[in-house]
Design a protein around this ligand. Structure first.
Ligand SMILES: Nc1nc2c(c(=O)[nH]1)N[C@H]1C(S)=C(S)[C@@H](COP(=O)(O)OP(=O)(O)OC[C@H]3O[C@@H](n4cnc5c(=O)[nH]c(N)nc54)[C@H](O)[C@@H]3O)O[C@H]1N2
Ligand SMILES: Nc1nc2c(c(=O)[nH]1)N[C@H]1C(S)=C(S)[C@@H](COP(=O)(O)OP(=O)(O)OC[C@H]3O[C@@H](n4cnc5c(=O)[nH]c(N)nc54)[C@H](O)[C@@H]3O)O[C@H]1N2
Ligand code: SF4
Ligand SMILES: [Mo]
Length: 749
């Protein structure tokens, strides 16, 4: 039998690497980096190389499962949808119009699939609940909120122009393990090295000497949760020493004069003790940022999943702006993706802006953002009686019982649900509690285009992957639409293709009402007719590409002809199309009401007194942070033998000084407890972590009774989110505090 080669974009993380997959009839023989990929040029990591193992994983679900007599057993698709209808329809009827009785949790992989990004919304709308939760609020929500307040939209995130910068300050990110986040770029090591090779400097701030910190020119330990203090100190220096110089950017800034009075009290001397970084070091960091021709500050999950996530995220862009590096080559810039770039929609330069917390969660009043509630509130919304209580849950591509805070409490809450419906690739530690599980196709059996991550990319790129093999499983978009139809009371056999037409029609309709779109003024039906035979998310993608900033348009007249983008062209370009380096986009990309960058949003300034108190309060005690390993992917790839080989990685890292003080020995066992729970875990003594801090990776704890994960079960580890505390949130966003959780550590008895 002869082998064939399939070129794909890896959908497993944000880096979007090109893969060259050699297979015989769909059986993967070898996967390597695609050297001709316009973006990754052959770079690949162990996860991408394991995509064949994922495709062939015998534990990966290929048929629906339904619960009968307490057991999850295989069922046909028809039976599974009928089962949902039989259970959900009476539940909704009993709730008497209270649509909030059904909650939804959306997991991370939804951001990596076209189905999750294009068709899932229709299902959520059909459910009509306000109880929508997602991994966003254990992740980047604070950055989205600060960006929305400053630039007018939640995906208007300023991305470091890593390939042209001379100075990069990185806080709370370890791209050498994570391959980057909110900054799509394959091969970080190469890109960071290139900064150094052109004479620039890389500075890392992290309570751990991470792999990225090891590569950097300079590394500062920081007390977890204190990045906002450090950054405020840097801004204070820039302003007090007259080093702030926005240059031409000044014309687009609002609120510059409010910064100095608001931040005056955050002197380096005032914040140093709380951060654990000396005042003269903070001064030097500020001066070097100001002196660099082109500099970018980049902060990620260590700075968002913490007590001051939103303030820290804001300060990052304040520094980028007042040093003149925002929207400027080698600074922090705004991508212009080929499709779906939300800040390129509608009239340019001005918009409705963003409103924080338009409503609150029922029990604790945690604020909504972008139509979702913080997942730290999920357990109490299931437990607490009264109207609006969640009685049934849908989980879509998520594992909240490992991924979200106080998972012990959340598990008990999930066990009390009347109905649970999941769409997932596995019976994992969450879906094991479901009444119905619908499988998802293998990543090699679905089309792929990174609709979300190209909006956050360090170059403008478009790359489409057709399926390598036909799917043994219904496409997820069809599952979403059928579930939506059941929720809308239309029964299990609704006309999915008709709903798909409606989804596409709605996108077309919006396009016809968009000034400057090639579809402007057209009849939406004519727009759809111009798209031909495609269906599902691919049709919508084609429409977005055609009407996007590099688009071919919809026909010979409106069209931009041969060079313009459309899905046909991307299909003929398996290695992708490079649309060039980032270009300045101010003020066109702004959607604030003022048409300016809001440097001093009132909501954020109002949170500064809380930060001031943190500068003087000395928490003492040990705190917990997380970490990622190159071979992990949150909770869900520990079932692949290649990725769990070697030394056990779910250990608690502790410094030598703390270990001897606490009586812990390397290789021994520690007992760790917090307000939320306690665990036992192997100890790893290492000088790579600062005193007063312990680090435990998340996504482990595969030893539950019902999960069907043979390899992961044999490498179970422990769930660090048994310790994280659902009562600790960033005040502005409600995002969970997963870094800087107070813990007590002792040798295990
Ligand atoms: N303590 C601590 N907790 C954390 C973090 C941390 O740093 N520290 N990080 C947080 C972050 S950043 C995130 S994003 C979350 C992740 O949290 P979640 O999104 O809840 O969890 P994942 O582990 O990503 O689980 C994804 C699930 O989707 C399934 N899946 C994979 N591909 C597909 C697909 O194509 N379709 C469907 N339907 N299912 C699929 C997998 O089998 C898996 O069950 O965890 C958060 N939790
Ligand atoms: N291999 C692998 N890659 C992944 C994932 C994975 O699980 N494994 N998950 C993906 C997902 S969903 C995401 S969101 C991204 C996340 O990508 P990154 O943001 O790069 O995440 P981490 O690698 O966890 O790095 C976070 C760093 O923050 C540090 N830190 C913890 N607390 C603090 C603090 O208070 N202040 C500061 N300054 N630093 C702190 C930690 O020590 C750690 O080194 O990674 C993605 N890529
Ligand atoms: S870095 Fe991310 S995108 Fe690249 S091969 Fe690894 S998992 Fe895939
Ligand atoms: Mo994430």
């Amino acid at each position: 039998m002869s082998s064939s080669t399939h070129i794909a974009t890896c959908p497993l993380c944000e880096a979007t690497c090109g893969l060259e997959i050699t297979h015989v009839n769909g059986e993967v023989q070898k996967t390597r980096g695609d050297r001709e990929d316009v973006f990754s040029q052959g770079f690949i990591c162990p996860k991408g190389a394991s995509i064949g193992e994922l495709h062939a994983d015998p534990d990966r679900l290929t048929t629906p499962l339904v619960r009968r007599d307490g057991e999850l057993v295989e069922a046909s698709w028809e039976e599974a949808f009928a089962y949902v209808d039989e259970r959900l329809t009476p539940l909704l009827a009993a709730a008497e119009g209270d649509r909030d009785a059904v909650g939804i949790y959306l997991g991370n992989p939804n951001a990596h699939t076209l189905d999750g990004l294009v068709h899932l919304r229709a299902m959520i709308k059909a459910l009509g609940t306000r109880n929508v939760f997602s991994a966003t609020s254990v992740d980047q929500l604070p950055k989205q909120i600060s960006s929305a307040l400053m630039f007018g939209a939640g995906l208007s995130i300023a991305i470091p122009d890593i390939d042209r910068t001379d100075h990069m300050l990185i806080l709370g990110a370890n791209p050498l393990a994570s391959n980057g986040s909110l900054m799509t770029a394959p091969n970080y090591r190469g890109r960071l090295r290139a900064i150094q090779e052109r004479g620039g400097k890389v500075v890392v701030v992290d309570p751990r000497r991470s792999r990225t910190a090891e590569l950097a020119d300079e590394h500062h330990f920081i007390r977890p949760g204190r990045d906002a203090l450090l950054l405020a100190g840097i801004v204070q220096v820039l302003l007090a020493e007259d080093l702030a110089d926005p240059g031409e950017l000044a014309a687009h800034l609002d609120g510059f004069d409010e910064l100095a009075p608001a931040l005056a009290s955050f002197t380096p001397e005032g914040v140093a003790a709380s951060c654990g970084i000396a005042a003269d070091e903070i001064r030097r960091m500020a001066r070097e940022l100001a002196a660099a021709e082109r500099a970018a500050v980049y902060a990620r999950i260590g700075t968002t999943t913490q007590e001051f996530g939103t303030v820290a995220s804001w300060l990052v862009d304040v520094i980028n702006a007042i040093t003149g590096n925002l929207d400027s080559d080698g600074g922090a810039m705004f991508p212009l993706a080929a499709a779906g770039q939300t800040n390129a929609n509608g009239a340019p330069g001005r918009g409705r802006g963003f409103k924080i917390a338009r409503w609150g969660s029922r029990v604790r009043g945690l604020g909504e953002a972008f139509g979702e509630l913080p997942v730290a509130a999920l357990a109490e919304e299931i437990e607490t009686e009264g109207p609006g209580r969640i009685r049934a849950m849908f989980t879509i591509a998520g594992n909240p019982l490992l991924s979200t805070p106080n998972s012990g409490r959340l598990r008990a809450a999930f066990e009390s649900l009347e109905l649970m419906v999941s769409v997932d690739a596995y019976v994992n530690e969450t879906t094991e509690l479901a009444d119905v599980i619908f499988p998802a196709p293998s990543p090699l059996a679905r089309p792929h285009y990174d609709l979300a991550f190209y909006q956050l990319s360090v170059r403008n790129i478009a790359n489409f992957t057709p399926p390598m093999v036909s799917s043994e499983v219904e496409p997820e978009w069809r599952t979403f639409l059928r579930l939506g139809a059941i929720a809308a009371g239309q029964g299990p056999d609704a006309d999915v293709d008709g709903f798909d037409d409606l989804v596409a029609f709605e996108v077309a309709r919006r396009e016809t009402a968009t000034p400057g779109s090639p579809a402007e003024g057209m009849d939406p039906a004519a727009v759809l007719a111009a798209l031909g035979e495609r269906r599902g998310p691919e049709r919508v993608l084609d429409l977005m590409l055609r009407c996007g900033p590099y688009g071919a348009g919809l026909g010979p007249e409106g069209g931009r002809g041969e060079e313009g983008l459309c899905l046909d062209l991307l299909e003929r370009s398996p290695h992708g199309i490079d649309l060039g380096p980032l270009r300045p986009r101010l003020p066109e990309m702004l959607r604030t009401a003022s048409g300016k960058v809001e440097l001093a949003p009132a909501e954020i300034l109002a949170d500064l007194p809380r930060l001031e108190r943190a500068a003087v309060s000395d928490a003492g005690g040990m705190v917990l942070i997380g970490r990622r390993h190159l071979r992990s992917n949150n909770s869900w790839m520990h079932n692949l033998p290649h990725l769990v080989r070697g030394k056990p990685r779910c250990t608690m890292q502790v410094s030598p000084a703390d270990a001897s003080r606490l009586g812990l020995i390397d290789g021994g066992e520690a007992s760790v407890s917090s307000r939320a729970g306690s665990i036992r875990i192997p100890v790893e003594v290492t000088d790579s972590i600062m005193d007063g801090v312990v680090s435990i990776p998340h996504g482990w704890g595969h030893d539950t009774d019902g999960a069907r994960l043979e390899v992961a079960g044999a490498n179970a580890g422990v769930n660090s989110n048994l310790l994280s505390d659902d009562t600790l949130v960033d005040a502005l966003s409600g995002n969970a505090v997963l870094n800087g959780v107070p813990v007590e550590v002792a040798p295990a008895a």
